[in-house]
Write a protein that binds this ligand. Structure first.
Ligand code: ZN
Length: 201
């Protein structure tokens, strides 16, 4: 599973009824997933725009701000839909932290402490990646563990870093993901100190 941030925009729009509900509620979980373009004013907005909401019958939806522009709409001056990437700022930060230190704590309390609503996080990741945040976190942790084992890091250290609570939990998740046990990966690890270089004559 890739955490590539360029893949942030979803391939398809959510259902129209869902987008209508989202923009009328200014639901931040949908920011970056679509823009609303208003037929009467020819202006397009983020779902979270603070301006008065247009009637759904006057709204068409586009996946990206660029598509709305190509269709002849202008960006709203209040919500500035062109100014950010397809990822909302909080998601960019969260993904960066996840890649940097996947073993860190990312529970509801930690998400709230960083000013992010856990429900928004859950909805966003299911919508954009088709996976829960928890599943992404787990995949990132296992990928890091796999890299570390291949580099010859002792299993105890890898488990500590990985954020998995127990060895058995780590071992079964790892084995399911990679088709071999952590021990088997470690046994074939690359160890520079063991490489014998013959002296050239
Ligand atoms: Zn707007």
């Amino acid at each position: 599973m890739s955490l590539d941030r360029t893949a942030c925009a979803p391939p398809n729009l959510p259902a129209r009824s869902e987008m209508e509900r989202a923009y009328l509620a200014r639901d931040a979980a949908y920011d970056g997933l679509f823009v609303t373009a208003v037929l009467t004013t020819r202006i397009f907005c983020r779902p979270t725009c603070p301006a008065r909401k247009p009637f759904p019958r006057n709204v068409v939806f586009f996946r990206t701000p660029q598509e709305a522009q190509h269709a002849g709409y202008r960006a709203c001056k209040r919500c500035r839909p062109l100014e950010e990437s397809d990822c909302p700022g909080w998601a960019v930060g969260l993904l960066a932290d996840l890649e940097r230190a996947p073993g860190g704590r990312f529970g509801d309390a930690e998400l709230r402490a960083r000013g992010t609503d856990p429900t928004t996080v859950r909805r966003y990741f299911v919508r954009v990646y088709g996976a829960t945040f928890h599943a992404l976190l787990r995949a990132a942790r296992l990928a890091q563990a796999h890299r570390r084992l291949r580099a010859g890091t002792p299993i105890d250290t890898v488990i500590l870093e990985s954020g998995f609570g127990s060895y058995s939990g780590f071992r079964s998740a790892f084995t399911r993901a990679y088709g071999q046990t952590p021990g088997a990966v470690l046994a074939r690890a690359y160890r520079p100190q063991e490489v014998v270089v013959e002296n050239p004559v």
